[in-house]
Design a protein around this ligand. Sequence first.
Ligand code: ATP
Ligand code: MG
Length: 350
Amino acid sequence: MRTHAVSVLAGDGIGPEVMPEALAVLDDAVAPHGIRFEWHEQPWGSEYYRRHGRMMPTDAIETMAATDAVFLGAVGHPSVSDVETLWGMLIPIRREFDQYVNLRPVRSFAGISSSLAGDPEIDLVIVRENVEGEYSEVGGRAYRGTPHEAAYQQALFTRFGVQRIARYAVDRARERSGRLVSATKSNGIIHTMPFWDEIVAEVVARDGAELELESVLIDALAARMVRAPRSLDVIVASNLFGDILSDLAAGAVGSIGIAPSANLNPERAFPSMFEPVHGSAPDIAGRGIANPIGQIWAGAMMLDHLGYPQIAAQVEAAFTAVIGAGVVTPDLGGSASTAEVGAAVRAALA
Ligand code: ATP
Ligand code: MG
């Protein structure tokens, strides 16, 4: 029996509603293979913040470091600022565990029509740089209270950082169609983006010479994603560009309730973190109607990362069948509850 310890942070709002469904699906998925999960559930998030004045305890990173992965639901509450949730929990985890890859698969499903003309079949992955780039702490405000008041923020790209995200994207492109698109804006952002382009081209020339690399301006790429999404397969992008593109892609295929995301440390020196793309959805929390597929799909990505790609594929096939059969929550036009969708996925697995 192989055992994997996983830190489970269900969090706030619909997080604690969708998490049990995902845990039950994962337990069922691994059981026939002599694998067992040990769920280390932690009560961190906005409720914890209200009682302790912080999102998680001071030794939280150490506690999670002793486990194989972090499985997150959603954090956020109308009474706690977004800056607090992001900088008090998500960003420290990504940085302390050097989760420099944000991987977001996006695909269409039979049974969910996309918002794009012609309802094209979409199947792509976005590889977003997750720890540097435009989201830096370098900057400031000046001349406050004068007519010259100003703010400035420096984007920070390192050779090391761009090389490693490019290498990761090359590996993904190799496994898929062999086509890699790199998002850039080197015509307008004349220092960091040419640096990004140069390094991506070097890495592809050295490690993926057989790949077809296209460097596409982010504005044109956004238009292409809605006009010709089938021409895209693996996209590598900086922190900001990747953030925007992945929401654009997820929005184009349908509900935010199904999209997953992985924050990876590919070298496995630290635990990686898996989470649905959606937030705590306070508008529907407590009603038992949240879509659990995003959480379940994130769980499938965790299985893949832990070394079980075949079990991950079984889980994906199970929820794909359930969506196709129309057993879906109201966000996808159905009338099933969170628990009914979870049960249907487990039944499809069996
Ligand atoms: P947060 O501040 O935690 O990010 P939010 O309200 O800003 O929360 P989301 O939680 O992503 O952002 O919600 C955006 C919209 O999508 C809401 O109307 C919400 O009800 C809906 N939504 C999000 N996740 C789901 C889900 N799993 N099932 C159904 N609807 C969802
Ligand atoms: Mg939000």
